[in-house]
Design a protein. Structure first.
Length: 108
């Protein structure tokens, strides 16, 4: 392969990586789009986590997320517009991370 060919291959790979990372900010891992109300209500795509009922528990002191030490007080929970459970935090901050926003169905 010539030097020009290597450059073209490297450029194509870089473009592919950039477009897939841009796509990751607008869709979930399963390809479904992240709802606009999720990203506009709180923070960015990278901080949005759609949680299953198995990943959270509602206890006397508030909501608990598996693997996160922070407890979300009941009075800080916002009503979910789509019936799903959503938490917003930066996973790079570890288990004692601040939770920016938390949405849950009110009948949970």
């Amino acid at each position: 392969m010539t030097r020009l060919s290597y450059s073209l291959v490297a450029s194509a790979l870089a473009l592919g990586l950039m477009s897939s990372s841009a796509q990751a900010h607008t869709t979930w891992a399963n390809g479904d789009p992240v709802p606009l109300w999720i990203t506009s209500a709180c923070c960015g795509f990278a901080d949005a986590h759609m949680l299953t009922p198995d990943e959270v528990s509602l206890q006397d002191d508030g909501w608990h997320i598996n693997g996160i030490n922070t407890v979300i007080p009941r009075d800080k929970v916002l009503p979910s517009q789509d019936g799903q459970i959503w938490g917003f935090w930066n996973p790079a901050l570890g288990p004692d991370v601040p939770i920016y926003c938390f949405f849950a169905p009110m009948e949970f």
